[in-house]
Design a protein around this ligand. Structure first.
Ligand code: ADP
Ligand code: MG
Length: 254
């Protein structure tokens, strides 16, 4: 075996996967740029650290379960007038996750609730937080089937150990008393350890209606509201305002 091959095998045994894969290039760069011993080792270690950080971030994003990517950089504040630049900055700095604050984004369809929630989730993954995304409907399903469905158990374990839980589309479908109670239990459990972002099309007065129980709605809102920012996104629908069409405006029958 030549020296490079032996080194690659050693790198593999030490778990230095990036160094193994990039070894030819690493040696070549060091030789052409005449690295000192110090620079060379720094280059190797930094490369390995960056590789591991990126891999861990990609894993966090994958396991968060986002339905599609949405980024904060694409969120147009001039369209969403209810959030000031300063508030947006505070939101995107994510210190509220460390402080266990919750966030409730409410409003009609198309105003950017899901975009903002997923954007914050992506940023949180970038910054090293463990994130879980779920719609309310699928959360209720996993809560109901936790004992009998292994996947539901796995999902809930992840949710319970997340720093940030995003529950999208709360209030779209009514839920039963049993389901409401399971939801309440989860919210109570997470209170001291997980930040929750909720998107909803319902005002708080309407929570009783979709939960079907005033006492339960009050109890859930009481837990959620303790440390919480509520952003009513009552603007126009971005979809309706920016409707796209693949037909030419003049493409009528000739
Ligand atoms: P909601 O969850 O409130 O129904 P979405 O977040 O799904 O709305 O937004 C609908 C579409 O409009 C998405 O493609 C989203 O990226 C886009 N959108 C909404 N608000 C904004 C915004 N302020 N800047 C950029 N895109 C936006
Ligand atoms: Mg949405």
């Amino acid at each position: 075996m030549d020296k490079i091959q032996t080194l690659k095998t050693s790198a593999r045994s030490l778990g230095l996967i990036h160094t193994r894969d990039a070894l030819d290039e690493v040696i070549h760069t060091a030789e052409t740029e005449q690295h000192s011993y110090l620079d060379f080792l720094t280059y190797v270690f930094d490369g390995e650290i960056l590789y591991r950080q990126n891999k861990a971030r990609d894993k966090r994003i994958k396991e968060a379960g986002f339905p599609y990517p949405k980024y904060l950089k694409d969120f147009d504040l001039t369209f969403c007038k209810v959030i000031s630049k300063k508030q947006f900055k505070q939101l995107t700095e994510l210190t509220w996750i460390d402080g266990l604050y919750n966030l409730i984004l409410s409003g009609p369809p198309g105003v950017g609730k899901t975009h903002l929630a997923i954007g914050l989730g992506y940023q949180a993954c970038e910054d090293g937080y463990k994130v879980s995304y779920t719609t309310m409907q699928s959360l209720i399903k996993v809560l109901r089937t936790e004992e009998i469905d292994r996947h539901a158990g796995v999902k809930l374990r992840r949710i319970r150990s997340s720093n940030l839980l995003i529950i999208d589309e709360v209030g779209y479908l009514p839920i039963s008393a049993t389901e409401g109670n399971l939801f309440f239990q989860l919210i109570s459990e997470l209170q001291e350890r997980t930040s929750i972002v909720i998107t909803t099309n319902k005002g708080f007065e309407e929570w009783t209606e979709f939960l079907g129980d005033a006492a339960l709605a009050t109890a859930i809102l009481d837990r959620l509201s303790y440390q919480c920012d509520k952003i009513p996104m009552n603007g126009k629908s971005y979809r309706l305002e920016n409707r796209k069409s693949f037909l030419n405006e003049t493409g009528k029958d000739k």
